[in-house]
Each structure stands twice: as structure tokens, then as C-alpha cells.
Design a binder for this molecule. Structure first.
Ligand code: ATP
Ligand code: MG
Ligand code: MG
Length: 554
């Protein structure tokens, strides 16, 4: 058999292992704990943990590292949610849980090292002056008047920065690289800034905090990361990454490789925008089932397997693009089609009175849990006469091709007998309030008798034993493909119909299932018992995971 073609990162890795450059791989997933993870992060998680899994025989590992070097936006709530999300996706960091904030002393010592080598200096220009003197792609920068101060003076000032003797913005530590480099990131980038902010891990120990471009390579090197995988925006930061590795006293030399980030249609993925949706209550929280957050899609009922499969199918490339969310929904539907048992629920109920049903008689029907998978077995569904059916399964005056219920027409109750409509009642507004029917004894599990035209089976719920359920019909949160591009801003293109709540009739077993139970409501879609609000035996609440068919594609 032909081996599947490797993506370019796995090819580099296979080559590094083959040539003996590395004996094994250590990758890392390095979220900043300043928000909840989203489906884009899932791509990075699947890549980094996936590589460790594939190379497990060589002792490969993947670290979970909290990149918590910025004290201002980080919270422990986020740390906990990130751990839960990585686990839910099916990955395990074992003992390899790290916090970048534990390396603050090393970052500091490395900065002192750079100063001593004449490669860093304390700049006391204002932010505005610094911006001006950096120039632009066409104009070389002008050196800071502080660029050539002595090592001793730099050491003394940096020590004072650390001790909290300066105000925020009064000075920064900069690398001394090249003020006329064509790569703006190399024009004496800032390594440290002053922040008098408490940090969730180190409290008020520090008054200076390292910049991402300086700290990240050092974190990777300290952890002996072999391949540091990041998104394409960092491609032109790589020369700085390498500069830091080359000039600091590091124990290993990691290699940064960039790949295209995941973008999805009909949603936004920047943490800032997700936070805004949450804070301004456009959604119910970070785990709102309409959000692309991992906790949102979990609550929506997306199986982790489907998300992993999707990430694999999207693949790893160097080309930025936007993936159609229908592809993700396809994987979810595909996975649930084989794995989700069938149940019956009526979302828009109208009552059918079966007038020839013997009063007080209950029949327990054995209904298949999955028509294509006998291994899923059967369940008992009660029939005691009157049933709820879907309003759209009845027509007062149906056309010929309508095979469901209408006056004098026959239809099968799924798993039960054939019924014939004998009449109906309407209210003053012309709305059908009751359908009258007779059942045909002996037709459960048997073909229609001679002369009876029955071409369809519809789902139904027993009136006497069925339960009420709140059903949340979720749809896409935005009504346009690219909300980030909306003229009036992404909030102006929120889909006003992204949530519809109905009270449905459900078969009695559904009131008893545990939160997180997934099934197909036959002929309707895939649903999950809500993890927050569904209480078995008390309150039934179901979320629509995905409809049976894609209603958005043209
Ligand atoms: P921000 O909104 O602050 O830019 P971020 O998305 O960069 O947040 P991080 O916590 O820094 O969030 O990301 C952790 C890791 O996940 C990084 O390695 C980052 O490259 C990766 N990542 C983030 N978004 C995506 C995405 N859309 N596709 C693939 N990888 C992503
Ligand atoms: Mg970030
Ligand atoms: Mg980012």
C-alpha cells in the first residue's frame, strides 16, 4: 500500500529523524491564557499533539505550555478551560505542563547576558520618538541617542527597571541589531517593557515583562523543543527568533516552522472579537453553542472525533485561505450518522386522535435504534392512542406527490401501525388543531394490506407518555461568509435567527438521558442534551447540533 503523502512539516520531521539531526521530536502547544480556545487552536493542537503521537516510538512528546508572560489579560479561569478543551479533543500532555512565567528569571539573565555582550540597551525615548525613528520599509531607521551607552550604564538602568524605579513607558530594553534592516522586526526590537501589574503566577515580583518575540524562542529552547510550529504571521519574525536563539545562553536550538492558520466562513476567530461577543452578551457565554470555541462546539454536540477528522482533512499548508464551515458540519453529520442512535421528537406538534384505539390499551413497540446498524439494538416506545405528529407532515389538501398524511390518506407511524386520516378540526384562524385518524390493526411490522397506499413513515410521539422538551435550534451566528469584512463591523452582520427556541414533544426515554447524550431526532436532525441546563427526569433541554441537510448551500 502507498503511504499517505506527508504534509510539509511532517516531511521535515521525517527527514530530521532519518538523518539523525534529532532522535525524537518535542513539539508544544503554547496558548496564552487570555481567552477560550477555538477551532483554529484545535488545528494547532491536532498538529502538535498529533506529531508526538505519530512519533511515540521514538519517545516523542508534546508540551502544553501556558504562554503567560503578559500579566494584564490572563486569568486562571482560562487556564482551566484550556486544559479541559485539550483533554476533550483527546490529547494528553502527561507530565509536560509548563508555564512561561516560571522562566522569568532565565529571561532576565539572558537579557543581562545580551547587555554584557553589547547586544541590548536601555532606551529612554518616548514611545512616539521610538516609532518615528524606526522608519518604514522604504526609509531606514535612525539610531536612538541612547543606543551606544556603556554596558555598565545599561546594566545599572536595567537593574533599576527591574526594581520598579521607573514608571510605565519611561524606558524599555531593546536589542541592538540593525536599524536599517529591510525586516522591520530587526530594527532594534523591544525585549522588555515596564508594567506595574500583578501577575497571576508571580504576583508583584516583577515590574518588567518580556515581549513575545524575545520570550518565545527562549521558552522553546529551555524546553528542548525541536520543532516550534506557529502560524504564518510569524514568518517574518523568524529572523528575530533565530537571533535570540543565536545570542542568548540557551540549552538547545529549536527551529520555527510556520503554517497557514485555520479560518472558517460565517464566524470570527479573533479572541478580541470572541471576548466582545461574550462581554456584550450577544451570546450566552464562552460556551454558547453558536461560538467556534471548543467549549461552544462541545456543548453544541460536535464529537471530538469529527473535529479531529476535520483538522486532518483541512491539512497543513503554507497558503492562507478560508475553509467553508459546511466542511466541518459535513464531518459532524457524517460521524453522527453512524454513531448517534435514533429517537423520536416532534418539534412543531399537532395532535392525532386515533379514534378506533381500544380505550386504556397500551402497546409497547420495539423500535430500532439505528436502521442501518442492528448492533445498536431496539428500545420500547409506548403507543396509547393519541399521538403528536409534525404539523408539516399533514396537509389539508395535499398534492399527489405528498406521501404523508391528508384526508383519506395513509401513513405509517415509524415502528408502529399504519393510520388513515378520517378528518380534522381547525380554529378560527384556519390553523389545524386536531387530526382524526383510525389505525389499521395488524400493520405494525407488516406490509400494508391490499388496496392501502402507504408510502411513508413519519415520526411521532405518544401523547400519554411523551414529555415536553425545550429545543434550541441553533444556526450560524453570522449571516455572511466573512463577518470580519463587514462594512459596519462584525456586529452588524449577526444572524438574527441564530437561535430559535421551541417546546417539543419527545419520546419518554429522552427525558431520562444524561446531559451530553447525542442522538438523531428522526427526520429532523442531530441533537444533544444540553450540558448546562438539561436535568434528567426533571427538565429536558436539547440543542440542535446540525440539521440533517445543509440548508445554506446553494
Ligand atoms: P490572539 O487572538 O491573541 O492572536 P492566538 O489565536 O494567537 O490569540 P494563542 O493563545 O497565542 O492565541 O495561540 C496558541 C497557539 O494556537 C499558537 O501557536 C497559535 O499559532 C495557534 N493558533 C491560534 N489561532 C490559530 C488558527 N486560527 N489556526 C491555527 N493555529 C492557530
Ligand atoms: Mg497570541
Ligand atoms: Mg495570535
Amino acid at each position: 500500500p502507498k503511504a499517505a503523502k506527508l504534509d510539509f512539516i511532517r516531511e521535515i520531521i521525517a527527514n530530521d529523524l532519518a538523518t539523525g539531526k534529532h532522535a525524537t521530536t518535542i513539539t508544544r502547544f503554547p496558548p496564552e491564557p487570555n481567552g477560550y480556545l477555538h477551532i483554529g487552536h484545535a488545528k494547532s493542537i491536532c498538529l502538535n499533539f498529533g506529531i508526538a503521537g505519530e512519533n511515540a516510538a521514538t519517545g516523542a512528546k508534546c508540551h502544553l505550555r501556558f504562554d503567560d508572560t503578559n500579566p494584564e489579560k490572563e486569568e486562571t479561569e482560562y487556564v482551566e478551560s484550556i486544559k479541559a478543551d485539550v483533554k476533550w479533543l483527546g490529547f494528553d500532555w502527561g507530565d509536560d505542563l509548563y508555564y512561561a512565567s516560571n522562566y522569568f528569571q532565565f529571561f532576565y539573565d539572558s537579557a543581562v547576558h545580551l547587555i554584557k555582550e553589547g547586544l541590548a540597551y536601555v532606551d529612554q525615548q518616548s514611545l512616539e520618538e521610538m516609532k518615528q525613528s524606526r522608519g518604514n520599509v522604504n526609509v531606514p531607521g535612525t539610531p536612538s541617542p541612547y543606543r551606544d551607552r556603556s554596558v555598565e550604564e545599561n546594566l545599572d538602568l536595567f537593574e533599576k527597571m527591574k526594581a520598579g524605579e521607573f514608571k510605565e513607558g519611561e524606558c524599555v530594553l531593546r536589542a541592538k541589531i540593525d536599524m536599517s534592516s529591510s525586516n522591520m522586526n530587526l530594527r532594534d526590537p523591544v525585549l522588555y517593557r515596564i508594567l506595574h501589574a500583578a501577575h497571576h503566577n508571580t504576583g508583584s515580583d516583577w515590574h518588567i515583562y518580556p515581549m513575545y518575540d524575545y520570550a518565545h524562542p527562549l521558552e522553546d529552547a529551555l524546553e528542548h523543543i525541536t520543532h516550534s510550529l506557529c502560524t504564518l504571521e510569524f514568518e517574518n519574525h523568524r529572523p528575530l527568533y533565530d537571533w535570540v536563539i543565536d545570542h542568548c545562553p540557551v540549552p538547545s536550538k529549536p527551529r520555527q516552522i510556520e503554517f497557514a492558520r485555520l479560518n472558517l466562513t460565517y464566524t470570527v476567530m479573533s479572541k478580541r472579537k470572541l471576548l466582545q461577543l461574550v462581554q456584550e452578551k450577544h451570546v450566552s457565554g464562552w460556551n454558547d453553542p453558536r461560538l467556534p470555541t471548543i467549549s461552544g462546539i462541545r456543548r453544541r454536540g460536535y464529537p471530538a472525533e469529527a473535529v479531529r477528522h476535520f483538522c486532518k482533512r483541512v491539512g497543513i499548508t503554507k497558503f492562507n485561505g478560508t475553509t467553508d464551515v459546511a466542511l466541518l458540519e459535513f464531518d459532524v453529520r457524517d460521524f453522527l450518522n453512524t454513531s448517534a442512535p435514533r429517537r423520536m421528537a416532534v418539534l412543531d406538534p399537532v395532535k392525532v386522535a386515533i379514534e378506533n384505539w381500544p380505550a386504556g390499551e397500551q402497546e409497547l413497540l420495539e423500535v430500532s435504534n439505528h436502521p442501518q446498524d442492528p448492533e445498536m439494538g431496539v428500545r420500547e416506545v409506548s403507543l396509547t392512542g393519541d399521538v403528536w405528529i409534525e404539523r408539516e407532515d399533514f396537509m389539508e389538501d395535499p398534492p399527489k406527490k405528498f406521501y404523508r398524511l391528508g384526508p383519506d390518506r395513509y401513513v405509517r407511524l415509524r415502528g408502529g401501525p399504519i393510520i388513515k386520516c378520517t378528518g380534522f378540526e381547525k380554529d378560527a384562524d384556519g390553523k389545524v388543531t386536531l387530526i382524526k385518524a383510525e389505525y389499521l390493526p395488524g400493520t405494525t411490522g407488516a406490509d400494508a394490506p391490499e388496496g392501502v397506499q402507504c408510502r411513508a413513515a413519519i415520526h411521532w410521539v405518544d401523547v400519554a407518555t411523551g414529555a415536553d422538551a425545550e429545543v434550541r435550534l441553533y444556526d450560524r451566528l453570522f449571516s455572511v461568509e466573512d463577518p470580519d469584512d463587514a462594512e459596519g463591523g462584525f456586529l452588524t452582520v449577526l444572524n438574527p435567527d441564530s437561535l430559535e427556541v421551541v417546546t417539543a414533544k419527545v419520546e419518554s426515554s429522552l427525558a431520562e438521558v444524561g446531559a451530553g447524550f447525542r442522538c438523531q431526532f428522526e427526520r429532523v436532525g442531530y441533537f444533544v442534551a444540553d450540558s448546562a441546563d438539561h436535568k434528567p427526569g426533571a427538565t429536558a433541554v436539547f440543542n440542535r447540533t446540525v440539521a440533517l441537510k445543509d440548508s445554506w448551500s446553494k
